[in-house]
Design a protein. Structure first.
Length: 282
């Protein structure tokens, strides 16, 4: 079974500005339906959204059954004011405000909480990630609050320290995880955390000319090697493509991610991905 464990229904994978423009006056129902139909056509029945601030993912959840989908969403991601995250969610100013936003997400029907523990990769410069200033103690508290409210936690994290912090805090799944190290892998394996590496988000950029080709290739090669290493260390790795990101189309992105993970993880790949999906869609 191919799953999509990380999608953004408001983006189309082709043109971010055009995608956002479609939702400027409210949810574009046609765009959301086209997205869900893309999963249905490929026989993908389980989709986990990464959130947005347009209400698109909540609308998708409300109609998902029409397309035979099990669809879960955080409603919106939570990011620290001034840091990266507006594309996917809502800001918070401090721990008290974060707690209130968790309660707000619950009132909207959120299935889990998504937190931002880093910014995004610089695909023009190997090793560079924005907004990695979260401390261990701060991330611990974010995860603790969400868990105390009965939610699993999805952590957006790239950069060695950000991934490690998320693992130490016990975030139930770590998304992207670029530049992960073996220490974080071992923590994740011990705690039974899920890693959704969204490898095609980078791999699909190769040859597009959008970023420095040497940097993109180096990032992709390092990430692919890390996925193989993590699998050998017992990390649960799930299939999620970051569908909606540039060059990652809904439906097709999950198929591409699944094929790549099978190549990197070997004969037990499907079993590993199935176990990861079962933890996500508990």
């Amino acid at each position: 079974m191919i799953t999509e464990l990380h999608a953004h229904v408001f983006m189309d994978g082709k043109d971010y500005k055009r995608s956002v423009a479609r939702f400027k006056d409210g949810v574009c129902e046609e765009a959301v339906r086209d997205c869900l139909r893309a999963y249905q056509e490929r026989g993908i029945t389980h989709v986990r959204d990464g959130g947005d601030h347009f209400g698109a993912c909540l609308y998708a959840k409300s109609i998902a059954s029409e397309f035979g989908l099990t669809y879960i969403t955080p409603a919106f991601a939570l990011y620290k004011t001034g840091n990266y995250g507006r594309v996917a969610g809502e800001p918070y100013t401090d721990i008290k405000d974060f707690h209130q936003k968790v309660l707000d997400a619950r009132s909207l029907g959120a299935d889990f909480i998504k937190i931002m523990v880093s910014g995004i990769l610089d695909f023009d410069k190997y090793g560079v990630v924005s907004e990695t200033d979260y401390t261990n103690e701060f991330v611990d508290e974010l995860v603790h609050i969400a868990h105390e409210e009965g939610f699993a936690v999805m952590a957006h994290a790239s950069g060695t320290e950000a991934v490690r912090r998320s693992a130490i805090a016990g975030a139930d799944s770590i998304e992207h995880g670029y530049y992960i190290d073996t220490e974080a892998m071992d923590i994740m394996a011990e705690k039974g955390l899920v890693w959704v590496p969204t490898a095609v988000t980078c791999v699909n950029l190769i040859g597009t000319g959008r970023f420095d080709e040497m940097a993109v290739a180096q990032i992709a090669d390092t990430h692919k090697a890390a996925i193989s290493e993590a699998a050998s260390r017992g990390v649960l790795i799930g299939c999620g493509s970051d569908a909606g990101a540039y060059a990652v189309l809904h439906g097709k992105g999950a198929v591409q991610e699944h094929a790549l993970l099978c190549e990197l993880m070997g004969p037990e790949a499907d079993q590993i991905m199935q176990r990861a999906a079962e933890k996500i869609f508990v």
